[in-house]
Write a protein that binds this ligand. Structure first.
Ligand SMILES: O=C(O)CC1=CCC(=O)O1
Length: 259
């Protein structure tokens, strides 16, 4: 293996591969609420972005192209001619890059709580500078406040604490470098090339990538449709695990005759 990405693999070796990409400041564990159900039908491969989780942390800045090419190299290492792909937020951005620039490698795509362009760039550069100077705890409260609705956070403080710990365990350099990738990203001119049937999932109460961002993606990708999950903020798959799992299973299972 030449990949610098850490992989967590579940499910039968002979099943179709479903690759899962996580959000900025999280790692494979973010997908825990869905893995056992998805792994009944798919070879589920969760990867940690460069600079995140147990993946390598080369010095930044990164670009979305760098993150996407690293993933493409991983698919080559896995000898996977094509995959299904689901990604949340930064994971969705990398998924859009992959399905745009390597359309033959992505059979079906699910984009959760994400955006094709998430400005303003100065805000991301400022966040990167804060994290390099003061570490992840300096931004953790503000970030986690966007991940969950106040109602969920009050009812499930232990879930909030687990995800906050994931954020603060992230490498400051890796996190800052990925902020810089988001700062320079604008996928809107090119995602019309995505050929894969695409499910775009938005959290109705997501302040980070609001529903309008999902509608914009649906407007650009030819075979895309939108599902809005009620009572969910940015980490919609954690806040509404069963609903998101059902949507993903339906979308990817529909594709069993593709190809
Ligand atoms: O951290 C945030 O503000 C929300 C976010 C943007 C990209 C991502 O993965 O999370």
């Amino acid at each position: 293996m030449t990949t610098r990405l850490h992989l967590t693999v579940d499910g039968p070796a002979a099943a179709p591969v479903l690759l899962l990409g996580s959000s900025l400041g999280t790692a494979a564990a973010m997908w825990e609420p869905q893995v056992s159900a998805l792994a009944q039908r798919f070879r589920v491969i969760r990867y940690d972005h460069l600079g995140h989780g147990r993946s390598a942390v080369p010095p930044g800045p990164y670009t979305l192209e760098l993150l996407g090419r690293e993933l493409l190299r991983t698919l080559d290492d896995l000898d996977a001619p094509w995959v299904h792909y689901a990604g949340l937020s930064l994971g969705g951005m990398v998924g859009m890059w992959l399905a745009t620039y390597a359309p033959d490698r992505v059979r079906r795509l699910a984009l959760l709580c994400t955006s094709a362009s998430l400005g303003p760039p100065e805000q991301w550069r400022a966040r990167a500078a804060t994290v390099r100077a003061d570490g992840l705890p300096a931004i953790a409260d503000a970030v986690v406040a966007r991940w969950f609705t106040p109602t969920f956070a009050a009812a499930r403080p232990e879930v909030v604490a687990t995800h906050r710990a994931m954020l603060t365990a992230t490498s400051p350099e890796g996190y800052a470098a990925c902020c810089e990738a988001i700062a320079t990203m604008d996928l809107r001119p090119d995602i019309g090339r995505v050929a894969a049937p695409t499910l775009v999932i938005a959290g109705a109460d997501d302040p980070a990538t609001p529903v309008e961002h999902a509608r914009e993606i649906v407007g650009h990708i030819p075979r895309a449709r939108l599902a809005v999950v009620d009572a969910a903020a940015h980490l919609a798959n954690v806040e509404r695990p069963e609903q998101v799992c059902r949507l993903l299973l339906e979308h990817f299972h529909e594709g069993r005759g593709d190809g």
